[in-house]
Design a protein around this ligand. Structure first.
Ligand code: HEC
Ligand code: HEC
Length: 280
């Protein structure tokens, strides 16, 4: 009985996905047409993409949305029941929330479009595995961050971080200041960007269009295809990039963190976190 009630909403969803596709949204790829739910019909990205999405999720989203996506300590909503997730095809809807924020959810500007597609792929893979809409995924989420090797983390730090940071200088006592492993990991990977609104480093951008308009603001997203920003007046502006047009000028103190993001492996992330946890 319950299942029957859900069918019309799926038909509606598929219909709206079809309409949306005409707005140049990505097409949804159906791999299992006989499955009950859209979330189980859809084709998933390759396993290594999902795995990368899982790491990104666990580092950036877990604290608020929980280890199993059902919502967490910091008040994030249940993503297994989210309409945004349900209508998302390849990260375009989830990505919009990530880069623009929503309610008390902060904006993230460090992700490439591949990162966002990976996070979305991970979220879809959990919904794919869950038995019904909103039920707990049958996956063991116990991510033990302190499996890292502090010595390896120290070597990596000396090579990749010491040009800008010092554990006796700006980062002295960081483990005392940030005793929680997850917050520590989030903080160093993102370069404290989460705290950006509260006096930390802030990346800004100036875009000059071919039509002669110049717009500056806080950088929300920057990759090969898009640049988006929020102006001082609070307006959201987004531009498609084609080569050098529009001209983009970045003032990005966190550029190295943004680059590191796509270079870091899971084990390196864990090693560096383990090392930083020794800096009391
Ligand atoms: C500081 C806490 C916090 C963090 C970190 C956070 N979120 Fe959120 N998120 C929220 C809150 C709170 C909402 C609900 C916002 C509202 O609508 O009021 C939300 C909403 C969402 C929604 C929309 C849900 C819906 O149906 O409206 C999505 C999708 C989402 N978050 C994904 C993510 C992803 C992916 C990440 C990691 C990249 C992330 N969030 C990180 C707090 C957070
Ligand atoms: C090219 C310079 C540069 C490199 C290299 C770099 N960072 Fe950063 N990092 C920054 C800047 C800029 C900030 C923002 C500082 C601020 O908010 O005042 C920052 C912020 C941080 C923060 C937050 C500091 C705080 O007090 O909350 C941590 C932790 C951090 N970085 C760790 C690392 C680690 C670990 C590495 C190496 C894997 C690294 N950084 C590499 C420039 C760099």
């Amino acid at each position: 009985m319950r299942k029957r009630l859900i069918i019309p909403s799926i038909v509606f969803l598929l219909a709206s996905v079809h309409v949306a596709a005409q707005d140049a949204r990505p097409e949804i790829e159906i791999a299992n047409p006989n499955a009950m739910f859209l979330q189980q019909q859809r084709a998933l990205p390759p396993a290594e993409v999902i795995e990368r999405g899982e790491t990104l999720y666990q580092v950036n989203c877990r604290l608020c949305h929980g280890p199993d996506l059902r919502g967490g300590d910091q008040g994030g909503s249940n993503l297994l029941r989210s309409d945004v997730v349900l209508v998302d095809i390849a990260g375009e809807s989830i990505g919009q929330v990530i880069t623009e924020g929503q309610g008390s959810m902060p904006t993230f500007n460090q992700f490439s479009s591949d990162d966002i597609a990976a996070i979305a792929g991970y979220i879809h893979s959990i919904k794919f595995d869950s038995e019904g809409q909103g039920s707990t995924p049958p996956v063991d989420f116990d991510l033990d961050i302190l499996v890292g090797n502090a010595d390896a983390g120290e070597r990596f730090f000396n090579q990749e971080c010491a040009s800008c940071h010092s554990v006796t200088g700006d980062l002295s006592g960081i483990a005392t200041r940030i005793p929680d492993d997850y917050i520590m990991q989030n903080t160093w990977v993102a370069g404290g960007r989460r705290q950006a609104g509260r006096g930390g480093a802030q990346s800004t951008v100036t875009v000059s269009t071919a039509a002669g308009e110049t717009i500056s603001g806080r950088l929300l997203r920057y990759d090969d295809f898009f640049v988006s920003l929020r102006t001082e007046e609070g307006a959201y502006r987004s531009f498609t990039r084609r080569g050098d047009s529009p001209a983009v000028e970045l003032d990005d103190p966190l550029y190295r963190h943004r680059e590191l993001w796509s270079e870091l492996s899971d084990s390196t992330i864990h090693d560096v976190t383990a090392y930083l946890e020794t800096i009391k």
